[in-house]
Design a protein around this ligand. Structure first.
Ligand code: NAD
Length: 279
């Protein structure tokens, strides 16, 4: 069984991003990422701080614009529009969730599509689903980066995606379709999950249920990508029962150190505009 090491993939993309930023700096361009953080959600604040640190470590300028939870939509949108018009701002990230009085998608849609570092605007979603080049959410992009790095060919293969969320499962299925895979999307309404996953040459689990994917659900030699992040007894684990699946699969991503290790780099790649996906 081959271990698909997300940290190695992240390191590869980090150096590519650093080289691109150095080139821009040589031309006296200092690209900037702006992160909007609204209210006191702790995980969002932690994610914003970690994103800022990683962005700075590759040479990006990264600013966090912090707002009280009571901020009005018009104020946020006005600031986003300033960033849209500022040529030094290459990417804009909006930490989710937003407080309930705000219409999150209206605020997201204020971001200019070519600065939409998380690929969440309706425009980028539509572009992805209609087969045009698009900025894509970072987690599905991280999955593709791992498959590409390890040379996993998708054309003509059976790919099973478990999960159908708007930010992970659905865009992932589109990206695999664009590579000419035959894609089956499973979800809570799937009658016989095992019967479907056993057909998969590639099985991608994006559910959020520890141990959901067991060895008997995997075709021998299949590639298994574990997107899930779950806390069990103080430890972080994925959706895949790693030890038993490793005995059957041809290749597996670990958790931690798999998909999660690559996602931040994909946001930064979007910021410098290097990874719009052509369908
Ligand atoms: P979500 O809760 O929005 O969606 C989960 C999906 O799983 C749903 O579409 C649901 O239909 C499906 N599902 C639930 N139970 C199922 C079952 N028993 N059988 C088949 N399908 C089932 O979650 P999400 O935002 O898509 O995230 C999925 C997982 O990926 C979570 O564990 C999340 O923490 C993780 N995640 C990881 C990263 C990363 O960087 N590695 C990023 C985002 C999300």
């Amino acid at each position: 069984m081959k271990l698909l090491d997300g940290r190695e993939v992240a390191a590869f993309h980090r150096s590519r991003i650093e080289r691109r930023i150095a080139e821009l700096q040589k031309g006296h361009i200092q690209p900037k990422l702006v992160i909007f953080l609204v209210g006191g959600d702790k995980p969002s604040a932690m994610y914003a701080a970690s994103m800022q640190k990683t962005a700075r470590s590759v040479g990006l300028q990264a600013d966090v614009y912090q707002y009280e939870a009571a901020v009005q939509e018009a104020e946020l949108i006005a600031r986003i529009e300033q960033c849209n018009a500022d040529s030094s701002v290459f990417g804009i990230l909006l930490m989710m969730p937003l407080p309930p009085h705000l219409d999150a998608q209206s605020v997201v849609n204020a971001i200019r599509p070519d600065k939409d570092a998380d690929g969440l605007t309706d425009c980028n979603v539509a572009r992805l689903f209609t087969g045009r080049p698009a900025f894509v959410p970072c987690t599905p992009q991280a999955v593709m980066a791992i498959l590409d790095y390890y040379g996993v060919e998708l054309a003509g293969k059976e790919v099973v995606v478990i999960g159908r969320s708007a930010v992970v499962g659905k865009p992932l299925a589109q990206l695999c379709l664009a590579r000419n895979a035959t894609v089956t999307q499973c979800h809570t309404g799937t009658a016989d999950l095992k019967a479907v996953t056993r057909r998969g040459d590639v099985v991608i689990a994006a559910v959020g249920k520890a141990g959901l994917v067991t060895a008997d659900m995997i075709k021998p030699g299949a590639v298994v990508i574990d997107v899930g992040i779950n806390r069990v007894d103080g430890k972080t684990v994925g959706d895949v029962a790693f030890d038993e699946v490793a005995g059957v699969a041809g290749a597996v991503t670990p958790v931690p150190g798999g998909v999660g290790a690559v996602t931040t780099m994909m946001v930064l790649a979007n910021v410098i505009g290097g990874t719009t996906h052509s369908m």
